[in-house]
Design a protein around this ligand. Structure first.
Ligand code: ZN
Ligand code: ZN
Length: 475
């Protein structure tokens, strides 16, 4: 089931809408896109919108029925596309007079056919893997389609995703009917609080969980109980007896088995319609990255900054919200210096990323990851670099992991239910005791840092970002 998805950052989507629907005249724009294309047959093809090219009104003749763009102009744009690095194009225009369901007109059909034929005959001579879609925007709805050159038929686009906080999912009006019914009964009590629309959305998501350790195991169960149906879990560890103090659902008889496989056994009996794909592997595996790059959200429950660095880059390149969940206990000379549960929310182009905090990734650590074993030893001997050593066991306790998972899961819920927008003013998540009438749980998410190279130059690059090459090449 290979679906076609178009992903925008909220910023780009809002800009495009305001350009196309600025007044009552039809407008035309081209979107320069990159792609997420997996070799895995169950994965989706994702168009990642990078830049808008809008045509000036002087360059087009506007009639009552349609916008005609000068051929020179289209040729110029196609030439620009051929010479540039982008992998895909979307031609879009507006029907500003349409308040109801927007449809491609007969003239649109003829124009699009010409455009598609030209694209898949001439443009693909220079860029064989290039792809194209067309879209039409009404005031409230969108229609979108692709094209199969061999059969000369239009194909439907399955979903338009606006990546923001919260996320927004738009189904194109011309999309062919899809059977997707999920048993909602077990979610009655949460639907009462948060509504059915978000619940249905959750059941359609592809959620990737990286790390199935102390926090990961609690997260996995939480996600399934919340209503996630399509879950990918990645971890190469086997359960040890020292994990049993905190590993959700773990039993003595499980010790020695791969954590991801135990989770499968534990999760399947919880809910109907589950699909769980597991990898007995680390994240640093090209096949894994290829499989998860079309995810709707990635949750990191990892204990290394190297993994966080890769997930951060992947999130920005493929416009995937990335939620990082961790906890920490620092003991120094018998005193507890720190007890912490930390949640980091990275929504591409909407919130800050890990790299926005300049101090977060100490570059030397990563340099260390790239070099050979002998160079590492030498560097350590000379004390050039201090590195995180994840083979050293650090203290860890179930309730602190649960706390981190709880607060992160509330963020996850907001991403897809958008419940924070529905909360009344002065309403917040409240932890109460008899003595204390309100300890507010609140999150504040910063905007992307304007000097962050990742947020400024590495958003929506798709497969062009080649994130898997960051760590997989020796040397
Ligand atoms: Zn039209
Ligand atoms: Zn950033």
């Amino acid at each position: 089931m290979n679906r076609t998805i178009v992903k925008f950052t909220k910023e780009t989507f809002d800009e495009l809408k305001s350009l196309l629907l600025a007044d009552r005249n039809e407008k035309h724009a081209f979107l320069l896109c990159n792609l997420a294309q997996s070799s895995h047959h169950t994965c989706n093809t994702v168009f990642l919108v990078d830049k808008i090219v809008i045509f000036d009104e002087k360059e087009i003749s506007v009639s009552a029925v349609h916008v005609e763009i000068e051929n020179d102009l289209v040729n110029g744009l196609f030439q620009q596309f051929v010479n540039g690095k982008h992998q895909a194009l979307i031609s879009c225009h507006s029907h500003p007079f349409e308040e109801g369901n927007v449809w491609f007109s007969g003239i649109d059909d003829a124009n699009d056919q010409k455009l598609f034929e030209y694209f898949y005959t001439e443009i693909t001579k220079h860029k064989p893997d290039a792809q194209m879609l067309t879209m039409v925007f009404g005031q409230k709805t969108i229609a979108a389609r692709g094209y199969v050159k061999e059969t000369k038929v239009f194909t439907s686009v399955d979903q338009i995703v606006v990546v923001g906080y919260p996320m927004k999912y738009i189904t194109p009006v011309n999309k062919s009917h899809e059977d997707h019914t999920v048993d909602m009964k077990m979610y009655n009590r949460q639907i009462l609080g948060f509504g059915e629309a978000g619940q249905k959305e959750l059941s359609r998501l592809k959620v990737t969980l990286v790390g199935a350790g102390g926090t990961g195991s609690i997260l996995a169960e939480t996600l399934v109980r919340l209503g996630v149906k399509n879950l990918v879990i990645i971890d190469d560890d086997k359960l040890e007896d020292t994990n049993l103090n905190r590993w959700q659902g773990g039993k003595i008889c499980h010790v020695g088995r791969y954590k991801v496989n135990i989770l499968k056994d534990l999760l399947y009996p919880i809910a109907f319609d589950l699909k769980i794909k597991t990898f007995e592997s680390t994240l640093f595996n090209e096949e894994v990255i290829d499989y998860i790059k079309d995810s709707d959200v990635v949750i990191g429950a990892v204990d290394s900054n190297k993994a966080r660095y890769l997930l951060n880059r992947m999130a920005l390149a493929y416009l995937i919200p990335y939620l990082d969940c961790s906890s920490g206990i620092v003991v120094e000379q018998g005193n507890i210096k720190e007890l912490s549960a930390r949640n980091v929310v990275v929504v591409p182009a909407a919130t800050h990323c890990f790299n926005c905090e300049e101090v977060y990734f100490k570059k030397t650590e990563f340099a260390y990851d790239f070099v050979s074993e002998s160079m590492k030893k030498e560097a350590q001997r000379r004390k050039y670099i201090q590195v995180e050593d994840i083979s050293v066991k650090s203290p860890s306790v179930y309730p602190l992991n649960m706390l981190s998972v709880s607060t992160l899961s509330l963020e996850f819920m907001n991403l897809f239910w958008g419940y924070k927008d529905k909360m009344l003013e002065n309403t917040y998540i409240n932890c109460m005791t008899l003595e204390n009438q309100g300890q507010k749980i609140a999150w504040e998410h910063q905007k992307p840092n304007s000097s962050c190279i990742d947020c400024q130059d590495r958003v929506a690059l798709g497969d062009r970002a080649k994130v898997w090459e960051l760590f997989f090449k020796e040397g």
